[in-house]
Design a protein around this ligand. Structure first.
Ligand code: UP5
Ligand code: MG
Length: 204
């Protein structure tokens, strides 16, 4: 009898790497590098939420905007639906099914639900960085990003939510031996040298 698959995608066919780290750790920057060199599709949960927030007719626009401004985590149903739809669309377009999921999961319920219903992750790439550096980067980016959460009040809230709510997700994956940790408190190219070692070893 064929095994019963309960997830949307078969982990033998679809590879998911969760890319996690504090606000401004360099998740998006390094995903751009990995995508270029290792044939992955980069899906930033934050970007998907920002796009949905701007989409005309979205019933979640206001909700997303207020959650993001306060650094809070948008209810998982919204984020998981956006990620799953983006994954399906990418595969339909002929992509291989190799995904970097950036900035998600950042709450335990999201991690459990995604792995139970969408697909299990292969591993977690976790960028560590001092809060001082993160603050410098985000304030600098805030001069031109137009992001409603790149201001000191929102940044402080984002740091707090990361420590209280998102870090436990990393610890839970760590307990399963799935975390590959990289210090991102150094120049972009040096961080990427460490990233490459992990991806080369993972033989993806
Ligand atoms: N930079 C990057 N690397 C550098 C380096 N090594 N040296 C010097 N500078 C470096 O980088 C940030 C800035 O630093 C850039 O200017 C870059 O040039 C520079 P970036 O690569 O953008 O870092 P990243 O980790 O992606 O930072 P980001 O601000 O995107 O992280 P967040 O996790 O805060 O943002 P995200 O978009 O993931 O989420 C935003 C909000 O969306 C959340 O707060 C939450 O409200 C909501 N959200 C959910 O509710 N659910 C989700 O699942 C996801 C998001
Ligand atoms: Mg980002």
């Amino acid at each position: 009898m064929a095994p019963i698959t309960t997830t949307t995608f078969d982990p033998k066919e679809v590879t998911v790497v969760f890319v996690l780290g504090g606000p401004g750790a360099g998740k998006g920057t390094q995903c751009g590098n990995i995508k270029r060199d290792y044939d992955f599709v980069h899906l930033s949960a934050g970007d998907l939420l920002r796009d949905e927030q701007k989409r005309e007719g979205s019933k979640y626009g206001e909700l997303i905007q207020s959650y993001i401004r306060d650094g809070l985590i948008v209810p998982m149903e919204v984020t998981i639906a956006l990620l799953e739809a983006a994954m399906k669309e990418s595969i339909e377009q002929g992509n291989k099914g190799r995904f970097l999921i950036d900035g998600f999961p950042r709450k335990m319920d999201q991690a459990i639900k995604f792995e139970e219903s969408v697909v299990e992750s292969k591993f977690v790439l976790y960028f560590t960085c001092s809060e001082e550096t993160l603050l410098d980067r985000l304030l600098k980016r805030g001069e031109s990003s137009g992001r409603i959460d790149d201001n000191i009040e929102s940044i402080k809230k984002r740091f707090q939510v990361f420590k209280e709510t998102s870090y436990p997700v990393i610890e839970a994956f760590e307990a399963k031996n799935k975390v590959r940790q990289i210090n991102s408190d150094k120049p972009i190219d040096d961080v990427y040298d460490d990233v490459k070692k992990i991806f080369d070893e993972a033989l993806l």
